[in-house]
Design a protein around this ligand. Structure first.
Ligand SMILES: *Cc1c(COP(=O)(O)O)cnc(C)c1O
Length: 373
């Protein structure tokens, strides 16, 4: 059986460092917001290339707190995509704002600047922030999106939950926006062994605001200056993340190698393979192919012992909780709806070996040949 993702393999690859980190925290007697969190915040911010990092409870909270910190208020509109983890949209509603969902580019699965522009024109002055999602590990079209957000006076908050370490034009994703939000959920390219998230920003005042908001609005203990929340990264997770961060580039390079193996093995297979944006380095959080008969293909792979996943089967605007209720860009979201029917995520994690990659491509080619015969 080849799993789509193997978290235990990820733990075993770092076992000694993680076990030592956990013991260090357990013996320290300090478990929430201590020196491990502070060290992780500065090490991760330095890795991304910005001055400040603020650890929080999870990636959804990172987005919600970043939106509040950049000034999004209840009733404001926030533009993002529908082809994303529902967390992106849930975070917008957590701050009382209204999601305005725009379409994606069919080739890269990221925010379509043309759809964003139509949405911004239709709601002049009402969009307080734009949240591009660097889906599957590849940059959205930040040059166009940053320009549009700027013209319309909207803040830019990057959803980097799937893009730890990815770059665009030589800069890490997370350095482009007013703030950028990372999930540290176990499956992500940099994952804790529990929940975690971090917001990074160049802006010192914004970082200070985030530190207040994540802990009841405290500036000093027990005195709230704003009405905040409780969303803290804990010391155990921070220590585990510090143990794993030095390997992130190496693990992303292995993901790229696996992707290159899939590219070579699946060329001419009839599947639509991932398209690289010029100037972008893709960190392959997922390797996603498109197949018109996706569900049948997935079943054939399952029968051959190959695990896959679908990211995501239903666009947010068609999910029961949001359908008929969220605002959509003029022209609708046809590319998002088509993607949800056709996307398939192949096995992808750094410990996946070359034999497994060859087996996946061989099985996919056999299925394709059988279909043509
Ligand atoms: C995982 C993810 C999130 C949310 O992160 P959590 O830590 O699970 O709250 C947000 N956006 C995207 C694109 C994600 O993949």
């Amino acid at each position: 059986m080849i799993a789509q993702c193997d978290l235990a393999a990820g733990y075993l690859a770092h076992r000694d460092a993680i076990d030592a980190a956990v013991r260090r925290v357990l013996e320290s007697g300090w478990y929430i917001l201590g020196q491990e969190v502070a060290a992780f915040e500065s090490e991760f911010a330095a890795y991304i290339g910005v001055a400040h990092g603020v650890g929080v409870g999870n990636g959804t909270d990172a987005l919600a707190l970043a939106l509040r910190a950049v000034g999004v208020a209840p009733g404001d509109l926030v533009a993002t995509v529908s082809h994303t983890a529902v967390a992106t949209v849930a975070a917008i509603e957590m701050v009382g704002a209204r999601p305005l969902l725009v379409d994606i580019e069919p080739e890269t699965f990221t925010m379509d600047p043309a759809s964003l522009e139509r949405a911004l024109r239709e709601a002049p002055g009402r969009v307080a922030a734009v949240v591009p999602v660097h889906l599957y590990g590849q940059a959205a079209d930040l040059a166009a999106i940053t320009g549009l957000a700027g013209q319309h006076g909207a803040a830019l908050v990057e959803d980097c939950a799937q893009a730890h370490g990815a770059m665009l034009d030589g800069r890490r994703l997370g350095t482009f926006g007013d703030a950028a939000c990372f999930s540290l959920y176990p499956t992500k390219n940099l994952g804790a062994l529990g929940d975690g998230g971090i917001v990074v920003t160049k802006d010192e005042a914004l970082a200070a605001k985030l530190r207040e908001l994540r802990e009841y609005g405290w500036r000093e203990r027990y005195v709230s200056h704003v009405a905040g929340v409780n969303s803290r990264l804990d010391e155990l997770q921070a220590a585990i993340l510090r143990a794993k961060l030095p390997a992130l580039d190496r693990e992303n390079a292995r993901r790229a190698e696996i992707a290159a193996g899939y590219d070579a093995g699946l060329a001419g297979s009839g599947l639509a393979l991932p398209v690289r944006r010029p100037g972008a380095s893709h960190v392959f959080h997922q390797y996603v192919v498109r197949a018109p008969a996706r569900d049948a293909l997935r079943e054939r792979l399952r029968a051959a012992g190959i695990g896959t996943n679908i990211h995501y089967p239903v666009p947010v605007h068609l999910q029961p909780a949001y359908r008929g209720r969220v605002l959509l860009a003029p022209g609708g979201l046809p590319a998002s709806e088509a993607a949800a029917r056709e996307v398939l995520s192949l096995p992808m994690y750094p410990q996946l070996d070359d034999d497994a990659v060859r087996r996946v491509t061989a099985v996919l080619r056999e299925i394709g040949a059988a279909r043509e015969a």
